[in-house]
Design a protein around this ligand. Sequence first.
Ligand code: FAD
Length: 388
Amino acid sequence: MSDVMIVGAGPAGLAFARGLAGAGLSVAVIERQPRAALADPPDDGREIALTHRSVATLRALDAWRRIDPAVVAPLRVARVLDGASRFALAFEPGPGAQDRLGQLVANHHLRRALFAAADGQAGLTLHTGAGVAAVERDADGIAVTLADGRRVRARLLVAADARFSATRAALGIAARETRLDRTMLLVRATHDRDHGQVATEWFDYHQTVALLPLAGRCTSVVLTVRPGDAGRIAALDPAALSAELTRRTGGKLGMMRPVGAVHAYPLATVWSTHFAAPHAALIGDAAVGMHPVTAHGFNLGLRSAAALAGLVRHAAARGGDIASPRLLRRYEAGHRLAAGPLFAATAGIVRLYTDAGPVARIARPTLLRVAAGLSPLRAGVAHLLMRH
Ligand SMILES: Cc1cc2nc3c(=O)[nH]c(=O)nc-3n(C[C@H](O)[C@H](O)[C@H](O)COP(=O)(O)OP(=O)(O)OC[C@H]3O[C@@H](n4cnc5c(N)ncnc54)[C@H](O)[C@@H]3O)c2cc1C
């Protein structure tokens, strides 16, 4: 029997595993992908906007130094425009803060670094190549059976198996899932104009566009469109795609020349009704599946992993119960407080901007102006976005 078992070796599961290094606990990590895919994950098109807090956590987990600085792009300013209106709400680092809002790093670089940091850790066993098929609870722990028949038992199970977590369902924890009838397309493109390390996001009536500035004259173009449009755009040949991206980005950066594949993500958000159950906890997207529009899922997932690892380490150091109901309740309460406002604010933004009705259309520019005029509000929003 292990002390801890983690289901899912994504960023949240790996960060939690590494966060237990040196705590003297035996940790089993279960991942349905093969080991090679964890050691060298393929590019999934995602660029993660890391907050300063997340970078500090990655440093503490010994993962940050494993990322080549050449693939880290500073995010100096973020601007939000409203459709055809030129009005911009700008988020900049506050006085005395650092020279940037955060850093952009591709998800596959982050996954690789976290795996390298956790791999070979004393007390850690990896079970790869088969997912969890069944979960059973007994008096002093939880046992899981993998799809290939292997069995793993532990005192504490931590589910980090993504937003449609099968482990969460097997634990009997319900979740509110919202399918959004929108698909997010990600494609990198080079261009002639300088982006100045400024991220720009705007909301037209049938699309949302985000331009994320990468190193050099390269940008990650993020289009949120209806599923039918997404299928059509993803099937375009390179010349037609270039013309489509240039048109959809309003020529802001000049002609857009796509580099590499188009990645498509049907959008859905998930809020779990509980983040803990007897002998079990949820972290990362398994707890809260954020809409990517405010770019916070990874940051929030890292935060949940660090919070739970801190509580478990503390209990282990005192010789206490690492799966006590009190500890799990404390984790759940803290993470609900951290995630709730961000989840609600993001859902509000999504509703306002995907609603093409007249009230929403009138409200949008007004709300942006009000937000811009109230500097404490703007500072509050920036703080909310940056601290996670
Ligand atoms: C298009 C897009 C852009 C994004 N951009 C940002 C951003 O800019 N900033 C930000 O903070 N976040 C962003 N996010 C969110 C971020 O990518 C996720 O929040 C983050 O990857 C979640 O990490 P995780 O470890 O919880 O889950 P995942 O990364 O989904 O990992 C889950 C792991 O569990 C494994 N697994 C699943 N089921 C089982 C099973 N039954 N048994 C065993 N293993 C299993 C999977 O194979 C996987 O390895 C974005 C998301 C999307 C879709």
